[in-house]
Design a protein. Structure first.
Length: 216
């Protein structure tokens, strides 16, 4: 499963660049960073070699096509992020025919995921946490999309988004999601375990007690 960082903060990306497969952004994250969209996406696309999802802000098909092409011109690793609307899916189909990678975002149902796959989306982003918040079952949605995509042989990758906990990350992996995007707060907890810290402390203490240095 690919692990993406869900942020538009360069310092956060740089500090974790060696351990991530890509980055996702959205208009809220770019707005929070205070940077301009083009400027910030350029910086991110230079910092990581993997996919960088950058979202259009137009809501009509032609506006999305124009903005998407500008974003894509920044670099071959830029993935055009489109909202799951009729206009977004029309733009998605055109980008698919042009060989431009897309990430269809704000997916909350299996039918939406089905339509995105039929439009040739490269990634579909089901919003697990927001669906749970609204009384739905985000993990069940991941399972259902996996089953339907496998049943029909759709090549669209499932990118579990809006994850709120370590359990969500494990659920994304268990349901066979192709990728997951995580805020820094969750990403940083992925490799931590108290027993790892205790075990390492004990190994180091035992080694220090020998009085030897290095691998001797
Ligand atoms: C994904 O592409 C979105 O940027 C993100 O995961 C949304 O997460 P949120 O619901 O925590 O804002």
């Amino acid at each position: 499963m690919q692990i993406f960082l869900d942020t538009a903060e360069i310092s956060e990306i740089e500090a974790r660049a060696a351990l991530i497969d890509g980055v996702t952004t959205n208009p809220s994250l770019i707005a929070k960073s205070g940077a301009g969209v083009m400027e910030r996406v350029k910086e991110i696309a230079k910092t990581v070699s993997g996919p960088v999802s950058a979202e259009v802000v137009a809501t009509d098909r032609d506006g999305m096509l124009e903005e998407g092409r500008k974003l894509r011109a920044i670099g071959d690793n830029v993935v055009v992020k489109l909202p799951l609307t009729a206009a977004g899916l029309e733009a998605c189909r055109i980008f698919h025919e042009e060989g431009i990678a897309t990430n269809v975002t704000l997916c909350f149902s299996l039918n939406q995921a089905l339509m995105a796959a039929k439009a040739g989306a490269t990634f579909i982003s089901p919003f697990i946490g927001r669906l749970d918040d609204a009384g739905g079952d985000g993990v069940k949605l991941l399972e259902d999309i996996r089953a339907v995509y496998d049943q029909y042989g759709f090549e669209t990758s499932i990118l579990a988004a809006s994850l709120r906990s370590l359990k969500h990350v494990e659920d994304a992996a268990l349901t066979g999601s192709d990728a997951a995007t995580l805020p820094v707060k969750i990403f940083d907890q992925l490799i931590n375990h108290p027993q790892t810290d205790l075990g390492l402390d004990a190994f180091m203490a035992d080694w220090k007690a020998t009085g030897r240095e290095g691998l001797v």
